[in-house]
Design a protein around this ligand. Sequence first.
Ligand SMILES: *Cc1c(COP(=O)(O)O)cnc(C)c1O
Length: 366
Amino acid sequence: MIKFLDLQKINLLHGQEIEDRLIKTFRSGWYLLGEEVKGFEKNLSAYIGCRHAIGVANGLDALRLIFKAYIELGVMQPGDEVILPANTYIASVLAITDNNLVPVLVEPTIETYNIDIAKIEEKITPKTKAIMVVHLYGQVVFSEELKDLADKHNLKIIEDNAQAIGAQCNGIKTGNLGDAAGFSFYPGKNLGALGDAGAVTTNNDALAKIIRALANYGSDTKYVNKYQGLNSRLDEIQAAVLDVKLRYLDTENLRRRQIADYYLTNITNPKIKLPQRPVDDLAHVWHVFVVRTKERDRLQRFLAAADIQTLIHYPIPIHKQEAYINLSALSLPITEQIHREVLSLPISPVLTDLEVTKVVDVLNTY
Ligand SMILES: *Cc1c(COP(=O)(O)O)cnc(C)c1O
């Protein structure tokens, strides 16, 4: 059986080191707001190349807190609009609506599955305050054109970097391309914890200070509450694990690139549409390897019969979810096509050469 993602095997790659750190943290008797979180935040900000990294409870909270902090700063107000790609994961849009901001969905391009930058400007109104870019599937979406557009209309660029940690655009890492970024360390992400975890990165001192307070009951001094915050702290145990795994992230992303390269070169079945090769190798960390085909469910069954697990990222678009019934009248044909046709193949740092060649062979006989 070729698993889509073998988390046990992934974490056992560094099993001894992780166990040592877990025991050390356990025995320390200190479980929240301590040295492990501080150390991981320092190493994460150094890795990303930005001034601040703030550990939080999960990726959704990281994004929610960014908007909440901009509202506290008076940069945004409830009712303001935020542009985002229509084919993203539900968490991106939840972070917006949770803050009583209005999501404005924009189609992706069928070649990159990332937001179509050329379609953003027509959606900008006097209420637009931000563009949330999502580096979907692990691929960077950023350009000078996007930056100029944001500058021209005085918009914040917020990165949903849940899927692309380690990717770069002209030498700058995702998480350091815009004004603030949210990271998820959900176990299945390229840098995964042993449970929920997340982080915010930014170069904005005032924003960082507010986010840190908001994530801790709105308090920066114990029992003194400046804001109506929430409890969204990264705990010491998760920080310790992440701090170990961060050191191996580049090596693991490299292995993902090798596998992606092998798939791109060797899957030759014309019924299967492969993802575009990124212009720059470093602009993609292949969180998932997504192919498209007309009869997607049939292909998924065919692979399952050959003991190859696949997943769909994602089967139902946001505007067709019951939770967003108010968006159901939108016409987003590219988004709908993507949700109908995509299938994610196994890719991970622990997939063996033998497994990779088997996936290719089976796909080529479909
Ligand atoms: C995983 C993910 C999130 C949310 O992360 P959680 O840690 O699960 O809350 C947000 N956006 C995208 C694009 C994701 O893939």
